[in-house]
Design a protein around this ligand. Structure first.
Ligand code: AQP
Length: 331
């Protein structure tokens, strides 16, 4: 019998989940978890690397959890918990910090980008964010990490930290593999298609929230930045149109080539409307499930409490093993 895979992934409650987060990651979670056991976390400890209003963080944490469930992750078969409820994440992160080099963290492009965006708050947490992410993954003997391409560098670092640690102490950590979708691994901003779509972008026209209504979605696609030559083709020189073609393909299940043929000779206006409709219609079932979960807060609480209890038990096994290896005395 084939061995069951362990799948781990997380998402920050740093804004409302975007179409980018959905296409690049969350949408794939129920599919990948079919391969084994999925462990999915709303990583609120990562989200405090930038300043938040506490009430907003609480609300976004719950709504992110509802999105994960609405996307089809089955909480009876998988874990869906809030990161700060499982203390082993912070404990292992500290240990891993001592096995991670300053230069490695300084090379992370997300750190460089976020330092520019939050120049008044370049805190140590922003710098050591990748070691917390390494802890998230390595605590569970994870085989696969379904993420968008922007997380590839952090994942590579997690692997390097694990290999370094194993080199000193023997085979402690399993070395995880990334699971990055072939299409849609990096959905671009609708207002600046040379930039990634991000939930914390201050310009709401740049992203689609996956719980947004149809009219608003269509309006945003109609005003998406493209180019002026009015030819629908997939090319590096046409980032706006290529991004829309990618989104359309993922949401309708056709290939990019089929999408290009479908819109051959048609204008940008017609194409943008079709993309907006495909997205709004494609997200509608998820939106309805999301509303349902948001009206059932007791159910959400039950899921995150039970999942955290199980995650605490699983993660402490690995944490204890690591603590023993490095020479901490058992309590
Ligand atoms: N634009 C994107 N296209 C495809 N995948 C994406 N992901 C993020 N943006 C895109 C993937 O979504 C998952 C969750 O991301 P995260 O919350 O851990 O943080 P992030 O990667 O920093 O995402 P954002 O939306 O850009 O958040 P903020 O604005 O807070 O920095 C990851 O698997 C990620 O790859």
């Amino acid at each position: 019998m084939e061995e069951q895979k362990i799948i781990f992934s997380g998402i920050q409650p740093s804004g409302t989940i975007t179409l980018g987060n959905y296409i690049g990651a969350v949408r794939n979670w129920p599919l990948v978890s079919e391969l084994g056991f999925g462990i999915f976390s709303v990583v609120d400890m990562h989200a405090i690397t930038v300043r938040n209003t506490p009430a907003d963080l609480r609300a976004r944490t719950l709504s992110t959890l509802a999105v994960i469930l609405a996307s089809g992750v089955d909480p009876e078969k998988n874990l869906v918990f809030i990161q700060s409820h499982v203390p082993a994440h912070a404990e292992l992160a500290w240990i891993l910090n001592c096995y991670t080099m300053f230069g490695e963290l300084g090379r992370m492009t997300q750190f460089k980008d976020k330092s520019k965006q939050h120049a008044d708050n370049i805190n140590a947490g922003l710098f050591t964010y990748p070691t917390l992410m390494a802890a998230d993954i390595l605590l569970y003997n994870t085989d696969l990490v379904p993420v968008g391409v922007d997380q590839k560098q952090h994942l590579e670092l997690a692997r390097n930290i694990a290999i370094r640690f194993n080199g000193i102490y023997g085979d402690v950590f399993k070395i995880p593999e990334g699971h990055i979708p072939q299409l849609g691994a990096k959905i671009m901003s609708l207002s600046s298609p040379d930039k990634k779509m991000s939930k914390s972008d201050p310009n709401p026209k740049s992203y689609i929230s996956i719980t947004e209504g149809k009219d608003s979605i269509i309006k945003k696609f109609k005003s998406a930045v493209t180019d002026s030559d009015n030819k629908i083709e997939f090319s590096d020189t046409k980032p706006g149109i290529s991004n829309l073609l990618t989104i359309y393909s993922v949401m309708t299940g056709c290939t990019v080539q089929e999408a290009v043929s479908r819109f051959d000779g048609r204008g940008y206006g017609e194409f943008k409307l079709a993309v907006g409709e495909a997205v709004a219609d494609g997200l509608e079932p998820l939106r309805q499930k999301y509303e349902y979960f948001m009206q059932n807060k007791d159910y959400l609480e039950k899921i995150y409490t039970e999942s955290a209890d199980k995650a605490c038990r699983l993660s402490y096994r690995m944490l204890s093993k690591v603590q023993k290896k490095i020479g901490f005395i058992k309590k």
